[in-house]
Every structure is written in C-alpha cells, then in structure tokens.
Ligand binder design. Structure first.
Ligand code: PMP
Length: 358
C-alpha cells in the first residue's frame, strides 16, 4: 500500500545502463572504445598534483571550453561542457523543453530521452521510424515543443546527411532542435557547420566513444551564445561544479591530439567494415552501420536466444525486448581480435542451428 507521504514523491522509471561485468568478458555491449585514450591523457594523470584537489575546480572549465572552441572553430561562448553528454542532454531537456506542446523524438532511439521527459514532466510524442529504420523527417514538420534525435541514430547506427538535418532545423524555427552526435565521428560531417545559419540548433557530442574516455564522463553542447547562456543559467542553478579538475585537465589533452583521434576512429571503422562483411556472409542483415556498433538480426535465428547464447560464452552485446527490435542485437565494434572471437562463435552457432532445423 502506498504511504501518504509517498503521494507527492517524484517517481520515475529510470534508464537502465548496459551491464558493466566485473570480470573479463568480450565486452561489446555499451559502445565503449576498445583502445586507450590519447597518450597525453595518461601523462597528465600521472603528473597531476593531488594538492590541487584542495581547491574547487574552475566552474567555467575555461581551458576545456577554449580547447573545444578551437577544435570546432566556434567561439568559447558557444561551448557548454558537462559530465558526459547524458548530463549535457539532461540540462538541455530541463532548459529548452518547457512547452505545453509535446517534444518529438523517434520511437526507436536513445532510451534516455523518454526518461528525462518523464522526469521533468515534459509531454512527448514518438513518430515511428520507417520500416527501414530511417527517420521520416516530414513527421517532425508540425507544431511541437522541441525536437531531439541522435545522428547517427542509436541503436540503429543509421546516419542522415546534413541536408536532412538542415531540413529538420529549417522546418522547426520556433523550437529548439537538438542533434545528439554521440557517434558522429564514425559516420560523417557534424551539424556544427549549420550553427552559423540556425540559432535554434544545439549539437551535443561526447568524449565517451571516439575519444575513449567513457570513464572520465565528459560531454559538450555547441550552439549559439544565446542558447549556451540559457544552459549555463540552468547549470549554475543546479550545480556550479559539474566538471572536476581531473576531467578538465585530461579532456584538454584528448582534444589536443588530433592525429591520435583520427587514427583511432579509422581503426574502428576498418574493424567495423570487416565485421559487417563477415556478418553478411553469415546471413545477418542490418541497416548501414554509421557508428561504432552494428544493429543486426538473422532471419533464421531468434534474437533473445542468440543474445543468451553469446552471454553464456562471455560475449556481451546489447538486446532489447521491445517488439519492433527484439530480433536485433546491438554489437559494439571492439578490437579486431574481439570481433574475430564473435564471428567464430556465430559461425559455429549458426551452423549448429542449421543442423537442428534439418
Ligand atoms: N547519446 C547517445 C545516442 C548515446 O548512445 C549515449 C551513450 N549511452 C549518450 C548520448 C551518452 O553518452 P555519455 O553520457 O557517455 O556522453
């Protein structure tokens, strides 16, 4: 029975993050990068003076903001940083989605959007992805309280080109449009270039994927100085010191090392293309992968059973029970060696299943 005092408690159904097993497994379930961050990150962590931790960090994280501004060719007033893009996006929902009209995001997308909308009591509607899992942009050309979508989308891995993104922004001039580019480095050009033309656009990115720093928790939003000002006002009304000293210092080093960054991204893309080729040979089908993961199903194999069978062999991938996607597995691109282990297992497994069905 519900206690009287429970009546006014803000209750939410939380987001469920992927599992972080505390033993070595072939970990392809949370879209982490299998390689270490830039060498400068390791160096700065070793050289860090723990005595500095006695002081509060710079609340503006100016050094990191400046480094990102230089990297993206924008002004520092156009950059906001937070504790992973989850923190940045949560702040964006709080700040910009404050209308009575529903915000719009796809039915199959990053499942945290729904959770933030529920948490902040933001009405929302979820236009269905097409059968090929592409976003139908015309579904978003109507009155709404704001728009958010990832590009590439997750978990489908599908990237839409900048004409598509521009159409979305152009048709929604009276609301804020957020493009969540957590995986854009593995796909194509960022929408940051569109900021010169559109004041209502926000682009978010993360250090967790291409920059190999999921454990450090750094994300950012790039937008017009006006929107960044609003975002900072909300942040300073919530927690002034979101960024700790360690993440500011190491984040700067990660952004500085462009060569390392580009080399890592290319390496992962090469492994992705190899894995995609092998999966196709085995009969798997999937939307064109544009991120560091592949969203695949096999016409003759049950998604839930395959997920369980992989798990039993300590190969972790991500699986959802939602009706539309329960046959699919989201497979993060790990090292070449990890992907070879996965493919070897899938070869044996699909061979055995063929025998069983004979
Ligand atoms: N957006 C999308 C689409 C994601 O898949 C993720 C990763 N779970 C995030 C944002 C958040 O990543 P982080 O908080 O690590 O930056």
């Amino acid at each position: 029975m519900m206690k009287t005092f429970e009546k006014n408690i803000r209750r939410v159904t939380p987001y469920v993050p992927g599992e972080q097993p505390q033993r070595p497994v072939v970990k392809l379930n949370t879209n982490e990068n299998p390689y270490p961050p830039a060498p400068g990150v390791e160096k700065v962590l070793h050289e860090m003076d723990a005595g500095q931790l006695r002081l509060y960090p710079d609340p503006t994280a100016a050094s990191l903001v400046q480094e990102l501004a230089a990297y993206y060719h924008v002004k520092p007033e156009q950059v906001f940083v937070g504790v992973g893009s989850d923190d940045v996006l949560a702040m964006c929902f709080l700040t910009f989605f404050n209308s009575e009209k529903p915000i719009l995001f796809p039915d199959i997308t990053y499942s945290f959007y729904k959770v933030w909308a529920d948490l902040y009591r933001i009405p929302y509607e979820c236009p269905k992805l097409q059968d090929d899992f592409r976003i139908c942009k015309e579904d978003y050309y109507r009155e709404n309280g704001g728009v958010i979508f990832p590009n590439p989308n997750a978990p489908t891995s599908l990237y839409e080109n900048l004409d598509f993104v521009e159409d979305m922004v152009k048709h929604n001039p009276d609301v804020i449009v957020i493009v969540d580019e957590a995986y854009v480095d593995f796909a194509g050009p960022s929408a940051i270039g569109l900021l010169e033309k559109y004041e209502n656009l926000i682009v978010t990115q993360t250090f967790s994927k291409a920059r190999s720093m999921a454990g450090m928790r750094i994300g950012c939003a790039i937008a017009s100085p006006l929107l960044i000002q609003y975002l900072n006002d909300a942040k300073y009304s919530f927690n002034s010191y979101t960024m700790n000293q360690t993440s500011i210092l190491s984040g700067v080093e990660a952004v500085k090392d462009k060569d390392y960054f580009n080399a890592q991204v290319q390496k992962i893309v090469r492994t992705r293309e190899w894995t995609a080729g092998e999966l196709r040979k085995l009969g798997f089908v999937f939307p064109e992968p544009g991120a560091n993961f592949i969203f695949a199903k096999h016409p003759d194999l049950d998604g839930t059973e395959l997920y369980e069978a992989l798990r039993e062999k300590d190969i972790f991938v991500r699986h959802w029970e939602d009706e539309r996607i329960r046959q699919y597995l989201r497979i993060t691109i790990g090292t070449q060696e990890q992907m070879e282990t996965l493919i070897a297992f899938l070869k044996t497994y699909s061979g055995l299943k063929k025998e069983e069905n004979r």
